[in-house]
Ligand binder design. Sequence first.
Ligand code: KG4
Ligand code: ZN
Length: 343
Amino acid sequence: MNDVNDILTTNNKITILAIESSCDDTSAAVCVDGVIRSNIIATQKVHAKYGGVVPELASRAHIQNIVPAVHEALEAAQTTLQELDAIAFTQSPGLIGSLLVGVQFAKSTALALNKPLIAVHHMQAHVLANLIDAENRPSFPFLCLTVSGGHTQIVLAKSPLELEVIGETIDDAAGEAFDKCAKLLGLPYPGGPLVDKYAKEGNPLAFKFAEPQMPDLQFSFSGLKTSVLYFLQKQDAGFIEQNLPDLCASIQHTIINILLKKLNKAVLQTGVKRVCIAGGVSANSGLRNGLQEIGRKYGWQTYIPAFQYCTDNAAMIAITAFYKYQAGLFAGLDASPSARAEW
Ligand code: KG4
Ligand code: ZN
């Protein structure tokens, strides 16, 4: 491939194709000048019966899904490969085999078309999903609580490309806590959305589970799972079936409490009152309502991405790539996926 300056297009509109394949969703999106034109997500159903994502099956499903997803994304955006100005991909973190499918697809497409490549950090992209809606986006600086299946972070965003992780979990992620507790209740993977669904019918104060006392802006969720396990072991047969909504509501209430208490601490520490949420768990209705409530109480401006931009999606990769394009941050053909990249 030529030097990137030789292949940068000179038209005014910047059209980017983005690929996301870090875990078990194959997604392709097109963005034109920071406006999302399409966002196709092929969710892999194959993992449900195993109670979690099976990495080898995920990679295989990505191989099957990626070409149709890209075609659909280009068609929905009414654009062609030739009109693209850059190809973006998720570089890290994620399952290495899953990432590899997206990275190789992006690199070979960029090489064939002689277009520049942009490597994107998945967690940065979750935060910047909050910039997709031009009508309702936070100005800088803002705080973002990023809660997914693999991460729980509080991020201070000073600009699109200046993000600082100021709080993190020391063990399980919030999404993992939802999924593991759901598994204890006999619910299939991913359990988070099901806990959310049953919680709507239940009493959040019916049962009390352990809330860890962690210093600073650290989170810990492994104790919650153990506390739910020990509680359930003491109950009679049929208890879960008879109390499912109350159990889900109480578990969800505990997780949200832990998250919002730390978020409040982060606001007090930084003095930043523009607060966003991001990542798969930000699709949780209790967390969405809870954020708005606490925001009203303490005078915060709160932002929540549309549902399709909460769980893994390529639109968030595309918007991040748009900012990286403008800053001239391109990747070379030697870019490789990384399971646990630094921020
Ligand atoms: O961001 P994401 O799609 O993938 C990762 O990067 O991990 O997050 C997936 C996580 C899973 O743990 C899933 O159970 C959780 O997000 N999740 C939810 C909800 N929707 C997805 N958790 C609670 N309530 C939901 N409505
Ligand atoms: Zn994610």
